[in-house]
Design a protein around this ligand. Sequence first.
Ligand SMILES: O=C(O)/C=C/C(=O)CC(=O)CC(=O)O
Ligand SMILES: [Ca+2]
Ligand SMILES: [Mg+2]
Length: 394
Amino acid sequence: MTWLALSDDDPFDAWTLPYGVFSVAGGSPRVGAAVGSWVLDLAPLAGADLFAHPTLNPFLAAGRPVWDAVRARLLELVTDPRHRDLVSPHLVPAADVTLRLPFEVADYVDFYASQTHAENVGRLFRPANPALPAAWRQLPIGYHGRAGTVVVSGTAVARPSGLRRAGGPGSPVEFGSSLRLDIEAEAGFVVGAPSALGSPVPVGAFEDHVFGMVLVNDWSARDIQAFEYVPLGPFLGKSFATSVSAWVVPLAALAHARVAPPPRSPAVASYLRDAEPWGLDVSFEVEWNGTVVSRPPLRSLYWTPAQMLAHLTVNGASLRTGDLYASGTISGPRPGGSGCFLELTWNGAEPVTLADGSSRAFLLDGDTVTIRATAPGPAGGRIALGEVTGTVHP
Ligand SMILES: O=C(O)/C=C/C(=O)CC(=O)CC(=O)O
Ligand SMILES: [Ca+2]
Ligand SMILES: [Mg+2]
């Protein structure tokens, strides 16, 4: 479909056209779109007012009609060979660029939308209680996280320290570095168009406000989390780092991935009813030091990102350009679908063996985790949605 020479090894085809912020040695950071082994320099091709900036935020704030017009123009530029001479001078080799955090994160919210994950964590952390919290099927449970520690893929993650019971339940509480450092494979949704304080955003306005999706690794220190979280929820066990992919996939590129979410029982409140369902058939893959250890399925989530947005604003809370909200750990109901190592190894009781023969329960210093995802694309094919990677440092 494109006049650019693409190979099977390229991270993105000519349909996905994700947006990111790049710089080349000595140059100022600016917005680009990825295609094949290239980055399209968008300021000269699609407008310096929107794209000659070190973040996507001005483009995000422009809203759906502008997002759609720019995407239509980019698709035309990369598919119609008559544009070759216009585009070629603005193709930067992807190998030459440094990628930045693609947008300035306003607020960061994390949901808890996977039923399998919620039930498993309930069993592990609260064995005396029902696996699912009472509100879980009535509303998408979430909490406000720390926007300032959202980092771009490739950023080193320092092992956090805090108060925890190093010897397990009942052992003394001590201050020290986390011994149960974990990942959480999630989908993140990036808000473009803001909303007014006092005006809830209905489920049906999802596409007017949400620009696109990133892959998220919400690093979590399970020992610090388990000691601190009652009754206000996660705090230092999660706020030290949340990694996002460098390329933001526009919602329009996910048009072929839309599916109906699982049936909901009991029926949801009217503000959460979805006439046009936004389940997404995105397949995740979690690689630990080069070994694929799980394949979490986004389509298994009970709540859709459109419902999460409606819930997030139903009390009148406003949206800002650059708000990020994540799905929560994606764990599928079948074996092999765990989105975190807490579940994969059942809190360390069932370690996994990696390709080099070593075994793991939680992350060791020097470990690298890479999360990738793919989705159905046009003409029955699949599109890649990029990756988020990080290495643990002491
Ligand atoms: O159930 C709990 O106490 C804790 C749950 C989590 O750690 C999950 C969380 O951060 C939200 C998610 O990623 O699903
Ligand atoms: Ca999380
Ligand atoms: Mg986090």
